[in-house]
Design a protein around this ligand. Structure first.
Ligand code: BG6
Length: 508
């Protein structure tokens, strides 16, 4: 199937139909696909939840949420109403196994009335506690059976995939007792971001970078994904999970993999995902001392207008959940031996930014003498969001007499390619899944390899009360201890606080 072809007719079944993820991400993404003619020609959605809605009430609810969360400035009301008419609702408790026969009947009816083969795509937009029950419920009534042309069955499962290695293995086991690996789509929306995918193009569609992309020329790599918001209304979820499980074990480590992987032979599901797993398996295992020395965790405290994390509604007053993590890690393979990767994430930092900064090694010698001239480190900044683009810092002579050399930028921003990336990462991933294209979804071995690495940190944090949880004032760049992770002479690259302009870079 080419990327232009529409997916075959199917029914999307959303478990958690009135939840946060559905209204914030899924409905706007589906609407985006609808407006771009990317949904199947024969298509219906069945929302499932415990709240008691009729079809009409559910459609009215969605229309309202779409106006809040969707990008509908140019959409006419007719498009919205024909889009919303594809939605149906079933009141059902997914944790009750006795309810699944009812679901089967409703799906068969919907298939018949909409002239769709029994192709069902299940989206688990529910709390993780249901991730095991739903696949088993579907299996109980045969709704897991992939009958090829007569009815494909696929399942999308959200992060967090497990709580540690043990629970992830057990979840994989249950899921795979009902569905085959090629029916399972473990979603990590970072892999759907246009700019993350562009890192692959930058590295492998340009001849100039790959010869330099290794320990001989790269000094270190920084990966940042920070936010200037707190936990909003997600205290119940976040206080149990924390930044390591929410961002590091999945989004950040995916970015490490994209920056570090070997060129896949082809960009397809097996080849790409094989290379990702190789990176995870090459992560240098941490011991207790590494956790103490190379991992910094923090929690934001009150500052200015912001209240502290512990004051947030729903957070335990003595919570030790981390809202910030910075760490130094190594990849033990031929390409990356000895090159530190510094990664960090945090809530309530000064700005929202995700980027990869590649620091090249210094020139061996500086022949231009002068007070202001220092040896130059070239930097390649790959900005994932906002102001998506790529920027290279290089040294140039300033005009005039003498030889003063200055660090300046060569930049590319997406608007030069005809506009900023449109469409949400979710839209791209849902479309891929509807087509059965699994390249950008996490395979079971990758999820387990990643947990295996992070399990040591989780265990040490649980077992060793001596490991500090540093407070940092909300609105700052996190605990100062994170700076000490860096090798001598380096600091984190903190972009300007106000990233609303189109510049990719500014000196603080
Ligand atoms: C989600 C996390 O997966 O990613 C959130 O659960 C976080 O806590 C979000 O805010 C960040 O995503 P993005 O695309 O805004 O960088």
């Amino acid at each position: 199937m080419t990327h232009k072809e529409r997916p075959e007719g199917q029914i999307l079944v959303i478990f958690g139909a009135s939840g946060d993820l559905t209204k914030r991400k899924l409905i706007p993404s589906l609407f985006h696909l609808y407006r771009s003619n990317k949904l199947p020609k024969h298509f219906a959605v069945l929302g499932i939840g415990r709240s008691s809605y009729t079809n009409d009430e559910y459609r009215a609810y969605l229309t309202n949420e779409l106006s809040t969360f969707g990008d509908i400035k140019d959409a006419d009301q007719k498009a919205i109403s024909s889009f919303i008419n594809m939605f149906n609702y079933l009141v059902m408790d997914p944790s009750d196994m006795n309810e699944y026969p009812k679901l089967k009947v409703v799906l068969e009816e919907l298939s018949t009335t909409n002239n769709i083969n029994e192709n069902y795509l299940y989206y688990l937009a529910t709390p993780p506690a249901l991730y095991k029950k739903i696949p088993l419920g579907l299996k109980e009534v045969g709704l897991n059976k992939d009958n090829g042309v007569k009815g494909k069955k696929r399942i999308i499962i959200e992060k967090p995939f497990g709580y540690n290695l043990k629970t992830a293995v057990s979840l994989n086991h249950t899921l795979m007792s009902a569905f085959k690996e090629d029916q399972i789509f473990r979603i990590d929306h970072y892999l759907g971001k246009e700019t993350v995918l562009n890192v692959m193009a930058l590295r492998f569609a340009n001849g100039i970078f790959e010869p330099l992309w290794n320990r001989n020329y790269i000094d270190h790599i920084e990966i940042t994904a920070v936010e200037n918001i707190g936990i909003e209304s997600r205290a119940g979820f976040y206080d149990e999970v924390g930044a390591l499980r929410d961002m590091v074990q999945n989004h950040l480590i995916q970015l490490v993999a994209i920056a570090a992987l070997e060129p896949p032979i082809k960009f397809d599901a097996d080849n790409f995902r094989n290379e990702v797993v190789k990176v995870y398996n090459a992560l240098r295992p941490l011991d207790k001392e590494d956790v103490l020395k190379n991992v910094v965790r923090g929690q934001y405290v009150a500052s200015g207008m912001h209240e502290s994390y512990r004051e947030m509604k729903g957070v335990k007053k003595d919570s030790r959940t981390e809202t910030y993590v910075a760490m130094k890690l190594f990849i033990d393979n031929w390409r990356w031996e000895g090159v530190p990767f510094y990664i960090r994430t945090g809530k309530q930092l000064p700005t929202k930014v995700s980027e990869i900064v590649v620091h090249f090694k210094q020139t061996p010698h500086m022949m231009f003498k002068g007070d202001k001239n220092e040896r130059v480190y070239n930097k390649l900044i790959i900005r994932i969001q906002p102001n998506e683009g790529v920027l290279m810092r290089i040294a140039m002579k300033t005009p005039g007499s003498g030889y003063e050399v200055k660090d300046v930028s060569l930049d590319f921003t997406y608007d030069k390619l005809g506009g900023v990336p449109t469409g949400d990462a979710y839209a791209r991933l849902i479309e891929d899944c509807m087509k059965g294209e699994s390249t950008l979804f996490t395979r079971s071995d990758a999820v387990e390899a990643s947990w295996k690495y992070f399990d040591t940190i989780i265990k040490e944090w649980e077992d060793n009360p001596m490991i500090p949880l540093y407070g940092y004032p909300a609105g700052t760049w996190g605990p100062l201890e994170a700076d000490k992770l860096m090798n001598k002479g380096f600091t984190w690259t903190n972009p300007c606080k106000n990233l609303t302009n189109t510049d990719l870079y500014c000196e603080l």
